[in-house]
Design a binder for this molecule. Structure first.
Ligand SMILES: [Zn+2]
Ligand SMILES: [Zn+2]
Length: 263
């Protein structure tokens, strides 16, 4: 069975992808037989990291055209990963109006915490933080984003904080946040969203089986895959295990390899 498209890839057009390359990611996609790839660069306006800035979309679209000319046998999709779009409705609208975007991911990376804006990668570095409380705030913010009416199609890396779980803490268990996660999934069903299974460049399934099963239970219709690669050799990393997991959770491969997997 061919691998599904990788619909969440970052390149040099994302602020945090110093080793990114759109051209080399295209070459890699062809090498491993991907039917399509989407370049979903960061459109972040909550600036919490050194050097963080949103994608320069006009320049990005030029790069897409150069890659389409250079790799005519690969289907190259445009995209964007919106960070906290409900905090930035004007910036989001302007980004989406700047050109045709095939894949629009909605992501929460940051929460309001103690008078600051904190990315989940910063939770564990915060002395004395109530870590489970911050994770609950993350899922609460995710629900607000899904219910906000912001125009994104796909709910990206639903349990992002688990990538940055503190050593020595009790391990992440979906069950501990089940009520909140199910509320997010139900809101995503109501609003016609697609659930992304993000493989974290081959390191973590975000989400894992438990949540994909809940997605099916609450009526979720479709799943898509993203590696969240920030460098070419990570494109589609972890997709074999991810597709097996999604199939076991009750979703079927698309007949058209470019389409989403459905129940
Ligand atoms: Zn993200
Ligand atoms: Zn990403």
């Amino acid at each position: 069975m061919p691998l599904p498209p990788d619909l969440h890839v970052h390149t040099e057009w994302s602020w945090d992808a110093a080793r990114g390359s759109m051209e080399k990611s295209c070459a890699r996609a062809l090498e491993i037989g991907l039917p399509a790839i989407a370049f979903t660069e960061h459109a972040d306006w909550a600036l919490v990291h050194e050097g963080q800035h949103p994608v320069d979309l006009p320049a990005y679209f030029d790069a897409i055209e150069r890659c389409r000319a250079a790799y005519p046998s690969l289907r190259i999709l445009t995209g964007v990963e919106l960070g906290e779009p409900h905090w930035f409705p004007q910036e989001t609208a302007a980004a989406l109006a700047s050109g045709p975007l095939d894949i629009v991911l909605g992501s929460i990376h940051s929460i309001h915490w103690d008078g600051d804006v904190l990315d989940a990668s910063q939770f564990r570095g915060r002395p004395g933080i109530d870590f489970p409380g911050a994770v609950r705030e993350y899922f609460a913010e995710l629900l607000l984003m899904v219910e906000s009416g912001q125009p994104f199609e796909t709910l990206a890396h639903i349990d992002y904080p688990k990538r940055y779980w503190p050593q020595g803490a009790a391990p992440y268990r979906e069950k501990d946040y089940e009520e909140q996660i199910r509320a997010v999934l139900a809101a995503a069903v109501r609003t016609g969203r697609v659930l992304e299974v993000n493989t974290t460049r081959g390191d973590f399934l975000c989400p894992d089986m438990t949540v994909v099963r809940w997605w099916r239970e609450v009526g979720g219709q479709a799943v898509q895959y993203g590696s969240d690669a920030h460098q070419p050799d990570k494109v589609a990393e972890g997709f074999l295990i991810a597709t097996q997991m999604v199939e076991a959770a009750g979703f079927k491969p698309a007949r058209d390899p470019v389409s989403l997997w459905r129940r």
